[in-house]
Design a protein around this ligand. Structure first.
Ligand code: ADP
Ligand code: ZN
Ligand code: ZN
Length: 721
């Protein structure tokens, strides 16, 4: 029997089921408000959940259970709950993900929420008039606070003793405050004409929603534009959220934001400790944090008065979460800005085709910075044919490296492959060392004497002879960063070679320390992966090179040319950042075995936007994203038949709902970690039809018996194939 008159709390729980669960209020109590954290019985467990809604229930009364305990009332506001409700529908993920997405780890446990706001201090009126006489320590502290509130930890780091703070508080000269702590303000450079134009155009709409694509070549001063806009928002008591890729979220950036805005920046990313994340979450929610800098997950933070969102390096793939709730942080940030009616700035030297398409269709407004802020010219481009070389470096490039080093300059070489060699091969029979769990070669890591699979982590010792023909001559093919480092070391013994990849830069601070050293140091060579390509300002680098582009030229992923273009322009942007008559003309080199490839000719024009627009035209013609929305239905299983069967049945369900389903076909990497991977492409004439169709029907797939035999998920706007 239904009990329509009973109202229940619909609770999000961290379980792998698509729906929310209905609970009665705790006995004798009213329903806890929407946004409350509750503790509920679930099977034989007790779980922490979030109240998403109140409503009638279809569950028979005697089956309904009551909430055990309300942990805290209305912890989450309307704004983030609305964001989550929209996102879970759009991205087709279980509403239970609310617990993971909206709460910092510390609040996913069954403990009531206790304020952990970082302490800050300010002067009282008495403190302003006070004279500490000869008590130097007290006087210093008073002088420091005269400029405004300062965080306790900053005072202590700056040499103020806890006892001194206590004395000043006891005297009534200093008090604790919730206001945002200030830091020393350092004025930025005077903006150039283009920067000013962008700031003025965006500032006209500073009080309302608008999406601004700031397309500015590397080093054109985009960050200064963000900061000027942020300043205006802070002056009006608003908060600013700056989102950046994991790799870009450097201490350098944090310090720069703090210095320009004169406030402490709160940082939010998944590598922080639970207590640090809680502190940031809370400071954003209370308004104490004037500025938050975070990775994609920061889009779900609660704010008191968010007034501006900035997404730096908006094209970066790391904004898309690729497991669990597969949301896109940039796109959710746009939704949130719209919901809150505040402006959002998406910045990049190499904007995504998605954003350029939105500009074309009139949804986003583009602002362009064409000049480097330093007035330095762009480097001269050169494509080098690398056929005939065996260790990753052509003679022509070696000569150039020699030249730049001899002029006292630094060289940056980009190779997106760590390890010694990406393939180990038998010269006699052609056998190659492959991972038995993945459709991939094992990478040789020579210094550790290991073969490693970079996809599933599997490791073995390199075999002493060919397992197939017993020939002892196994040779490493191709060059990863480890091999390049050793080749360069032999060739340039008098110059430091710095390798930058995840194998050597294990701590966040290793890289930061190296950058500081390189900035002030003499001639040297930096050789590394992705980490090197991003946003760093290295004034002495006059030669930059991308060492191998060939894999991207022939990839079957339709996004490969776009990604290649982005990497190439980002790396090129590292060379010749400053005007210095004593420096040789900056150069950028691209090595390839296919110098005749038409994509390279397009790249060589040196105009990313032109290149991207040409790619966009091709995507339109091919009916690919962003011209046509795409959803992937993926399944993986130890037996490929199971994955295929599930996708066929699931595809039928969606096809009956009027969607166009193609597949199943194997993923580009057909096997990973022992699982066979398949996918079906789901499309519809319009994005709205696609999203409606998928959101209405995907939960039905849980009911398919075949769903229990595979790992499956829906990926809306996928970034990987
Ligand atoms: P982007 O974010 O576009 O890569 P940045 O904002 O980091 O560029 O600026 C690159 C460098 O140029 C930085 O060292 C910055 O301090 C400097 N810079 C930015 N704008 C100006 C300007 N108007 N005048 C002088 N230097 C500037
Ligand atoms: Zn062999
Ligand atoms: Zn593997």
């Amino acid at each position: 029997m239904n009990t329509p008159s009973v109202r229940v709390a619909q609770v999000a729980l961290p379980v792998p089921l698509p729906q929310a669960f209905d609970y009665l209020p705790p006995s004798e109590q009213a329903l806890p408000p929407v946004g409350s954290r509750v503790l509920v019985p679930f099977g034989r467990r007790q779980l922490v959940g979030v109240v998403l809604n109140h409503g009638p229930t279809t569950t028979p009364l005697k089956k309904l259970k009551a909430i055990d305990k309300v942990l805290d009332e209305a912890l989450l506001g309307e704004d983030v709950l609305a964001l989550h409700a929209w996102a879970s529908r759009y991205y087709a993920y279980p509403v239970g993900e609310a617990v993971e997405l909206l709460l910092p780890p510390a609040l996913r446990r069954a403990k009531p929420f206790r304020s952990a706001l970082p302490k800050a201090y300010q002067l009282t009126q008495a403190g302003r008039d006070a004279d500490a006489g000869r008590a130097h320590a007290q006087r210093r502290c008073l002088e420091w606070l005269a400029a405004g509130p300062v965080a306790r930890e900053a005072l202590i780091e700056g040499g103020v003793q806890p006892a001194t703070i206590k004395t000043l508080v006891d005297k009534g000269w200093v008090e604790q405050t919730e206001r945002c702590p200030v830091v020393k303000l350092t004025p930025g450079p005077t903006l150039n004409v283009e920067q000013r134009g962008a700031v003025e155009a965006i500032a006209k709409g500073i009080d309302r929603f608008g999406v601004h694509l700031l397309a500015g070549t590397t080093g054109s001063g985009k960050t200064e534009v963000y900061l000027q806009l942020a300043k205006q928002v802070l002056d009006n008591q608003g908060q600013v959220l700056i989102m950046a890729p994991e790799i870009g979220l450097s201490p350098q950036l944090i310090r720069r934001v703090e210095a320009r805005l004169g406030v402490r920046a709160f940082v939010y990313h998944s590598e922080m400790s639970a207590s640090e994340r809680l502190a940031c979450w809370q400071a954003a929610r209370s308004g104490q944090a004037a500025v938050v800098i975070g990775t994609r997950s920061a889009v779900f933070l609660s704010f008191h008065a968010l007034g501006l969102i900035v997404v730096d390096e908006e094209h970066d793939a790391s904004f898309k979460q690729i497991d669990g709730a597969r949301y896109h942080g940039r796109d959710l940030a746009v939704w949130r800005a719209k919901h809150l009616n505040v402006p959002i700035v998406l910045g990049s030297a190499t904007p995504s085709l998605e954003s350029l398409n939105n500009v074309n269709e009139g949804r986003y407004q583009q602002h362009t910075l064409t000049q480097r802020a330093s007035d330095a010219p762009q480097p001269r481009w050169c494509i080098i044919d690398q056929r005939g070389e065996h260790e990753g470096l052509s003679d022509e490039l070696l000569v150039k490296i020699e030249h730049h080093l001899s002029q006292g300059q630094q060289v940056l070489l980009y190779r997106n492959r760590r390890g010694f060699a990406p393939v180990m091969m038998c010269q006699a029979c052609g056998w190659q060392a492959d991972c038995h769990r993945c459709s991939a070669h094992m990478t040789l890591h020579q210094s550790q004497s290991r073969l490693q699979c970079h996809h599933c982590g599997h490791q073995t010792a390199p075999p002493p002879r060919c397992p197939s023909c017993q020939d002892p001559n196994l040779i490493p093919l191709g060059a990863g960063t480890e091999r390049l480092e050793s080749v360069l070391g032999e060739r340039f013994p008098d110059h430091p070679i710095h390798r930058v990849d995840r194998d050597v830069m294990t701590g966040r601070h290793d890289f930061e320390a190296l950058l500081a050293q390189v900035k002030t140091g003499g001639p040297c060579i930096l050789v590394g992966t992705q980490m090197l390509a991003k946003g760093h300002h290295l004034p002495k680098v006059t030669l930059a090179a991308v060492l191998d582009v060939d894999q991207a030229l022939f990839s079957s992923d339709f996004r490969a040319p776009e990604r290649l273009g982005q990497a190439v322009f980002q790396v090129a942007g590292r060379a010749g950042r400053v005007v210095d008559a004593a420096q040789p003309r900056a150069e950028f080199v691209l090595q390839t075995r296919h110098p005749e490839h038409p994509l390279l000719a397009q790249l060589q024009q040196g105009d990313y936007i032109g290149f991207a627009k040409a790619l966009l035209t091709e995507r339109v013609q091919a009916g690919l994203p962003p011209a046509q929305a795409l959803v992937l239905l993926r399944a993986e299983a130890h037996q490929s038949e199971a994955a295929v069967t599930f996708l066929q049945l699931a595809g039928q369900c969606l096809a009956e709902a009027g969607l166009d389903v193609q597949g199943p076909i194997p993923a580009i990497m057909a096997k990973r970690g022992g699982y066979w991977r398949y996918q079906s492409w789901v499309q519809a004439p319009t994005r709205a039809q696609l999203i409606d169709g998928v959101s209405q029907h995907w939960t039905a797939l849980y009911a398919l018996p075949a769903a229990k035999t595979v790992r499956w998920h829906v990926d809306v706007d996928p970034t990987e194939l």
